[in-house]
Design a binder for this molecule. Structure first.
Ligand SMILES: NC(=O)C1=CN([C@@H]2O[C@H](COP(=O)(O)OP(=O)(O)OC[C@H]3O[C@@H](n4cnc5c(N)ncnc54)[C@H](O)[C@@H]3O)[C@@H](O)[C@H]2O)C=CC1
Ligand SMILES: O=C(CO)COP(=O)(O)O
Length: 368
């Protein structure tokens, strides 16, 4: 049975461990806290993060990094983005002699540097980028832990690596597609968190579906413009890692970003929200570095700008929606993708991709 390591036993790490184990791997989880490792090891539960979920017997857990990584044919990383770099320093000597793919399951950017998680991995492990992959998509942990059918995308600059990871990370309820657009796939996951915070804010204020649909639609334009300016393919933002995840995160009360936004909309301060959240809401830390990158590349992100103002306490949450749905000066054109209002080409490419997925679906991981 192939052995894989999952570093981080929070809600997503544990759920992904279950996905891998249910797909036929022996999974060794690394948990920071001894009581968590002990519970997974002894009774196959992680009741703090996944209440009511039984974990497979082929999942074990340890607090020793060396034990978790020993003999791992693939390594999955699922801790909060701001803690990744410091943890990789300890991981590096333990994986230096191996060529196992390293897979980021995270959806944040590093606050200090603005780097994506695959870039932090490349820097700290000093490894070939072809060895690094990222997983993303509409993947609310608790739903997947309950084995509800879900799709995800695995991306790597090496298609071979993406396919090897996708073949390992799939099972009867979890289907993985592949692509080679790492930038688009990672930024899709980062940016939808910011739009989900905005949706939470307007939910908390008490606005309804028109407001939310307006923000989701305009949010996707912001996401696409931003990601394309950083080097992503616009199609990726229409796929599972973009639109797919945006829908799931914006409409689910399970989303921590959405929940954090709702508390802000109800009038809690940023500090109160941080105190109340006992799980990672990546969007709160990603807002500032994303806006810095946006400004540096001349991308206009009015929704994300307003989320930042609410977080900073310089805008009343009640004022967020009117600014989004009206124009102060001259009415703007409705760009639907990367500065264009057409979309015939994009539609043709989407149909082609759907056809390809249908043709390849049963043989090997298909393109997203
Ligand atoms: N929960 C979900 O539905 C999904 C989460 N993600 C992403 O997965 C990543 C992890 O999120 P979750 O597991 O949900 O968060 P979580 O809050 O449930 O767990 C975070 C984990 O990171 C660990 N951690 C925090 N600081 C640490 C440090 N300094 N050193 C070592 N470990 C530390 C915690 O002990 C915990 O095990 C995030 O980037 C999130 O965006 C991605 C897809 C779905
Ligand atoms: O990424 C997620 C779903 O795909 C989880 O979203 P939250 O981090 O907001 O809970």
């Amino acid at each position: 049975m192939p052995r894989v390591a999952v570093i981080g036993a929070g809600s997503w790490g544990t759920t992904f461990g279950k996905v891998l184990a249910d797909g036929g791997a022996h999974v060794v989880m690394w948990a920071r806290r001894a009581e968590l490792a002990q519970e997974i090891q002894a009774v196959h539960r992680n009741s703090e993060y996944l209440p009511g979920v039984n974990l497979p017997r082929t999942m074990s857990a340890t607090t020793q990094l060396a034990e978790a990584l020993d003999g791992a044919s693939q390594v999955y990383l699922a801790i909060s983005s701001q803690a990744l770099r410091q943890n990789l320093k300890a991981v590096r000597p333990l994986v230096a002699a191996s060529d196992a793919p390293v897979v980021s399951l995270m959806k944040g950017v590093e606050k200090r540097t603005g780097l994506r998680m695959s870039q932090v991995i490349e820097q700290e492990l000093r490894c070939d980028p072809a060895r690094i992959a990222v997983a993303s998509g509409p993947n609310l942990a608790l739903e997947i832990a309950r084995e509800q059918p879900t799709a995800a995308v695995i991306s790597s600059s090496s298609r071979e690596t993406a396919e090897a990871v996708a073949l390992r990370a799939r099972n009867a309820y979890f289907r993985t597609f592949v692509n080679t657009d790492v930038i688009g796939t990672e930024f899709g996951g980062v940016l939808k968190n910011l739009i989900a915070v905005a949706i939470g804010i307007v939910d908390g204020v008490g606005y309804g579906e028109n407001t939310k649909a307006s923000i989701i639609t305009r949010g996707l334009v912001e996401m696409t413009d931003f990601a394309v300016a950083q080097g992503a393919h616009p199609e990726t933002l229409q796929g599972l890692a973009g639109l797919g995840d945006l829908i799931a995160t914006c409409q689910s009360p399970l989303s921590r970003n959405n929940t954090a936004g709702r508390l802000l909309g109800q009038g809690y301060s940023y500090q109160d929200v941080v105190k109340q959240m006992n799980q990672t809401a990546e969007g709160l830390a990603s807002v500032a570095p994303v806006l810095q990158l946006a400004r540096a590349s001349g991308v206009h992100m009015p929704i994300v700008e307003q989320v930042k103002m609410v977080l900073d306490g310089t805008m009343n949450p009640r004022d967020i929606a009117p600014h989004l749905t009206t124009d102060d000066d001259k009415p703007a054109g409705e760009r639907t993708q990367n500065g264009q209002s057409g979309g015939g080409g994009a539609l043709r490419r989407s149909l082609q991709r759907a056809l390809d997925q249908f043709r390849n679906g049963r043989r090997r991981p298909a393109g997203d």
